[in-house]
Ligand binder design. Sequence first.
Ligand SMILES: [Zn+2]
Length: 457
Amino acid sequence: MIRCWVSLALALGVFAAEPVDLIVSGRQVVTMDAKRRVIPGGAVAVKGERIVAVGTRAEIDRAYKAKQRIDRPDALITPGLINTHTHAPMSLFRGIADDLRLQEWLEKYIFPAEAQTVSPEFVRAGAALASLEMIRSGTTTFADMYYFEEEIAAVVKQAGLRGVLGQTIIQFPVPDAPTPQAALARTEAFITRFKGDPLITPAVAPHSMYTLDADVLKASRAMATRHGVPLLIHLAETSDEVTTARERHRTTPTRWLDSLGFWGPQTLAAHGVWVPQADITLLAARGVGLSHNPESNMKLASGTAPVPAYLAAGVPLGLGTDGAASNNDLDMFDELRTAALLAKAVSRDATVFNADQALYAATLGGARAMGLESEIGSLEVGKQADLITVELSALEALPLYDAVSQLVYAGARHWVRDVWIAGSAKLRDRRLVDIDTDRLAANARRWQQTIRQVPRA
Ligand SMILES: [Zn+2]
């Protein structure tokens, strides 16, 4: 009722326009809200780090007066994209070894390179490169699983990106922890340090069921529950994992983890390629989110996650790129299109995983999969102001019949013109704000020299 009076009063010009920090207007606002409103001639008003209004430009201009306004008459305004699975520092391994079988790729190239190079300096350089690639391609939140996650958090915070950052726990000695117990202790310290941070959500990231024993997996779950933080894990990425679970535990990866009490809300499983229907139903019942990584799964020939079955079961589904060594980029526009096309190709049904479902997975679906849907994922009043403009003036973006379809089937990361995260500009007119890109490039080239010298296993 009060809202009606306020609207009426505003319409009559009774109140002066309310001051806000920013108004962004565009050709259409693609809200991704529950009604999936697309507002022609729309605008978004931002105060501090939050969205205070979404409506037509005329409505917003009547009610608000902005310190700064950005008018993009040929652009779509959309929520920032959410990448639900990556290993940010692995950007420095982009292209290190391609066209290989997963086991050979891991054992001959990735593990030896990681053993020799992963250090605080390495993860800082890699995470910086990844952060800027993500910002430039319209990603505003990402989920990470790697080592020295506190160093990654510092870089990500400095870049102004939002991260759900999972400290890796693994059974064998790794550069940041000689034992899984040391990894658990490091994870707890990391959580304590970053809990409550406005941009960083610390998380527990036990690597997978095949690289950890039952005790460490249970301890990981207990830690996530104790601190109320997300739990991230790789699940059934390859058929080998299913074989391992059968041989070791006489069951499936999902069911063995369930027998440990591992699954619960705010739990994000990456890949989920080899998961039978009964286990999908179980994941749905436990409130587990799934990160679908079609390009990485294709490149490593891991298989294809049964996306329609996850959606039908009601599993919150997000999209992810995985690390740049198996993709080889962190481009969510690529992932959007690939996800939509792959689901159709394997099911031989063109109606499967339509453009709206794909864009939902890359925005609010990803937020739900990580338990962050009340804060991010759509352009709605009260949510974090994580938004992007996608320029449609280029010839290859014409004509425009349907905004969502255009984004998914024709869109590309170079169409991204502006990015705001928590109301703060990170990309303005395609330029990174306050970033020394020359220094970053020099750093990446320097690391390439070091990584090149690592002997193959
Ligand atoms: Zn991964």
